[in-house]
Design a protein around this ligand. Sequence first.
Ligand SMILES: *Cc1c(COP(=O)(O)O)cnc(C)c1O
Length: 387
Amino acid sequence: MKIVYTDNNATTRVAPEVLEEMLPYFSELYGNPSSMHSFGGNVGREITRARERVAALINAEPDEIVFTSCGTESDNAAIHAALAANPEKRHIITSGVEHPAIKNPLEDLEKKGYRVTFVPVDGKGRLDTTLLYESMTDDTALVSLMWANNETGVIFPIKEIAQRASEKGILFHTDAVQAVGKLPIDVKDARVDMLSLSGHKIHAPKGVAALYVKKGLKFSSFLNGGHQENGRRGGTENTASIIGLGRACELAKAHLQEMDTRVRDLRDFLETRLVELIPAATVNGDKGNRLPNTLNIGFTAVEGESILLLMDQAGICASSGSACTSGSLDPSHVLMAMKVPFESAHGTIRFSLSCYNTQEDMDHIVTTLPPVIQRLREMSPFWKQEE
Ligand SMILES: *Cc1c(COP(=O)(O)O)cnc(C)c1O
């Protein structure tokens, strides 16, 4: 059976070009980039090239890129560095819809005596910037906000907020794991201090990522060890994956235009058809200000998990809007923060596309999903009550 993969905000396939460029570093080119001999040094040169390619995607300088093991590490390292640079400050600002890689470490810090402001969002997932600006004080060490939300695709006004933070002398970090490769990102124009990106969301392998650290920022490493990454991240480099990430960034740059046109059109087609064909379907998130690849859509009176199961039988991969990974059927913290009504939050599905998706994929979803929803609603006591 053909797989229709529309779960690219969860992870992406490794691009064939990326894999090809990585393969020699698993076999004959196994040198340590820190070695004095040229056998290792040659690998070091390829790491340098990867650093240049990652930097080029976000308009950074190569020496502002620190390679890490995952987006989660980049996020944790950014928080750690900001607090170490401002040991006297005890306040952090973030949003109520961050990825667990930011949410959980900040909740931990709260237990350790830091004050954390979780700025709320409205029904469309838009940040309350008035409250955000009012929360900035002399005691604020860090503002950390995602560039785009992984569940809804909603984009935050990062440039405007980074500007305000910088005027107040507050460090600004953005978790741009979902934005990179889907939107043009320019760290110089946006004037962010730190930015996280992750390989497996942009067709590089899992287990490699990067943190942009603005030149001149007092950075203290999260993973202390050897002098790798200019003393900013200990541990022998994951050479093959870093080289793969470099190639993936180059491809992502070349595909940005296609993301904004062909992929956006596919997403819009899917959205329009599903809303036309399925009664009581609602799109979650600010439609005018979303990632071009993401569709978060709720169907009243059905369970997201049941929809996923039936779509899976038709070879369609997507995600639901519940925290089912944790064994609970509660709606995700993102949908709850947006106050999406319970009946529709429960039946929420996220489709997230990539450059590998086709019109045929969309057609398959459009023919599969309406009868699935109808079948589930026929069995649902909640739907009967509404009729
Ligand atoms: C996937 C994701 C992460 C975590 O990245 P990993 O490389 O899986 O650790 C962090 N933030 C956002 C917004 C993500 O989508």
